[in-house]
Design a protein around this ligand. Structure first.
Ligand code: 5GP
Ligand code: ZN
Length: 136
C-alpha cells in the first residue's frame, strides 16, 4: 500500500514517535492524542481492518497492546485505560490500516463515548447469537 499513512510510518518514510515494535506490530504516539500517552498499536503488514488479520497477527496485536498498556500504567499512572478499535467508517475508522488505540484516562477528562443501552429481550439475544455461531 504505497500511499497508506501507517504503511509509510512502518517503512520509516514519514516520522513517528515509536515506543515499541516486534516482528508483527509497532506502537507509536497518536499525532492527534486525546490524552498524554495516547498510543496506537498497528500491524506492520497492511490490513485494512480486523477482518484481514490472521490468527498469529491478531494474537501479536493483543500481546503488544497489553505490553504497552502496562508500560503506560507504570509510567503515567492514569486513573484508567481505554482500548478503542474501529472497523469501517460507520464505526469511526479514519485510517484504513488496522490499529488499536491505547488511551490513558483521567477522571474528568473530556473523552466521551455514547452508549445507548437498549436491553433487548432474551429471544432477540438468542436469535442474534445463533446467527453469529453459525458464522464461526
Ligand atoms: P481511527 O479513527 O482510524 O481509529 O484513528 C486514526 C488515528 O490515527 C487518529 O487518532 C489520528 O490522530 C491518527 N493519525 C492519523 N495520521 C497519523 C500520522 O500521520 N501519524 C500518527 N502518529 N498518527 C496519525
Ligand atoms: Zn497500510
Amino acid at each position: 500500500m504505497d500511499d497508506c499513512v501507517f504503511c509509510r510510518i512502518v517503512r520509516g518514510e514519514i516520522p513517528s514517535t515509536r515506543v515499541w515494535e516486534d516482528d508483527l506490530t509497532v506502537a507509536f504516539m497518536d499525532i492527534g492524542s486525546v490524552n498524554p500517552g495516547h498510543l496506537l498499536v498497528a500491524t506492520k503488514a497492511h490490513a485494512e481492518n480486523l477482518y484481514g488479520l490472521d490468527d498469529g497477527t491478531a494474537a501479536a496485536v493483543m500481546r503488544s497492546v497489553a505490553r504497552v498498556g502496562r508500560a503506560v500504567q507504570s509510567a503515567l499512572s492514569p486513573d484508567g485505560l481505554s482500548l478503542y478499535q474501529a472497523n469501517g467508517a460507520a464505526a469511526g475508522q479514519t485510517v484504513f490500516h488496522f490499529h488499536v488505540h491505547v488511551l490513558p484516562r483521567w477522571k474528568g477528562d473530556a473523552m466521551d463515548l455514547v452508549w445507548p443501552v437498549r436491553n433487548p429481550g432474551r429471544q432477540e439475544l438468542e436469535e442474534t447469537a445463533a446467527r453469529i455461531r453459525a458464522a464461526l
